[in-house]
Write a protein that binds this ligand. Structure first.
Ligand code: ADP
Length: 157
């Protein structure tokens, strides 16, 4: 059976920090599904379709797929025959929330394991929210998101 992992998130938009996690998890698993959460944020910068489209364009690895999900992540994981959920940890502040989620997900579905990857040093301060804030205030964001994402952000202005 192929080892398949789900990497869930909002990805509004995908950053170089996310991409680093995708690339590294694609080396650990036979297949990684980057799963965009639908409807979580009422005012996202990008629609679900735009987010999926950007991820497809910037994550070209053959064993990386992109999907969307609503409802319980563990249901989606079972649906996709995935054995693992991948999450990135940037700082201690991520830990508490991630631990809570991982334990709840384990309780809901013990067969699905949560795997944490530490953020790359260069990206550990990056979040989609912060990048959007800096961008809106006119600060440079090149090197923090793929070029295509920066272009799409400019088109939104
Ligand atoms: P959430 O809505 O849960 O914050 P995100 O789309 O921001 O979802 O992030 C999805 C996952 O990617 C989370 O596990 C988050 O910790 C991780 N992540 C976000 N930014 C980075 C980064 N710069 N480096 C590594 N992991 C990251």
């Amino acid at each position: 059976m192929p080892r398949r992992a789900i990497y869930p998130g909002t990805f509004d938009p995908i950053t170089n920090g996310h991409l680093d996690i995708v690339e590294r998890s694609a080396k650990l698993f036979d297949e990684v599904i980057v799963a965009v959460l639908v409807n979580q944020d009422k005012h996202p910068m990008f629609s679900t379709e735009e987010r999926v489209d950007m991820i497809r364009s910037v994550a070209p690895w053959p064993n990386v797929k992109v999907g969307t999900f609503e409802g319980l992540l563990v249901h989606y994981a079972i649906d996709q025959d995935a054995q693992a959920i991948v999450r990135g940890i940037r700082a201690v502040s991520d830990y508490e929330y991630e631990l809570q989620m991982a334990l709840m997900n384990r309780r809901l579905e013990p067969s699905v394991e949560t795997v944490f990857l530490m953020a790359g040093e260069a990206y550990s301060y990056l979040s989609s929210r912060l990048i959007k804030e800096v961008f809106k205030l006119g600060g440079p964001i090149s090197g923090l998101v793929p070029e295509l994402v920066e272009e799409r952000m400019r088109e939104k202005k």
